[in-house]
Write a protein that binds this ligand. Sequence first.
Ligand code: DX5
Ligand code: ZN
Length: 221
Amino acid sequence: MSKRQAIISPSLLSANFLHLEDDVRLINESEADWLHIDVMDGVFVPNISFGFPILEAIRPLIKKPLDVHLMIVEPMKFVRELAALGVDTMNVHYEVSPHLHRSIGAIKDAGMKAAVTLNPHTPVELTDVLDELDMVLLMSVNPGFGGQKFIPRTIDKVRRLRQMIDERGLSTLIEVDGGVNAKTGADLVAAGADVLVAGSYVFSHEDPKAAIHSLKELTRL
Ligand code: DX5
Ligand code: ZN
């Protein structure tokens, strides 16, 4: 069987906000596959990042598909705005989605890929919607901040989800976000993760493109 390279989605949250243009260009020129955008509301998570005015300003510069992670209590309010920005994948949290099946349909109807994000405590058994989803995003830290320590139990969650996806012959991607570096990234990909989000590992690295390359080299069967 051929080996699959990990899909790498650097998180803009750890970029230098005084020089966002430089950091977006750096991602454009790198081997990164996507750009991960963390939107927070100070309610669902104890932090606020950035919103539409900033995204609209940097949008024309971005050459990679946008992977938008909404850490907000009412993500479905913004489907139209995100679609208008040309977002590729819209991630909504399971914990704020009382009608997840309906939300998945609405995201797809708006022309985006639908992903659900699970907090570290949320069980991974999404048996009844798994076949509708383009991606499941597993949080490997409690969402809200960059630079936190990886929660090792995530590896087992990735394995269990990989097994469910493979047993059903689905193409749903598994993305992991939080505390990803060359070591945790290797463990995650070996467990069956397809997509790695990395914020501080990339932007705190003396050579961010080399950090992206080190993740891009990870492969799974
Ligand atoms: C955290 C965000 C992450 C964050 C990851 O709530 O969802 O995307 O940027 O940062 P690192 O890679 O530094 O853990
Ligand atoms: Zn994120």
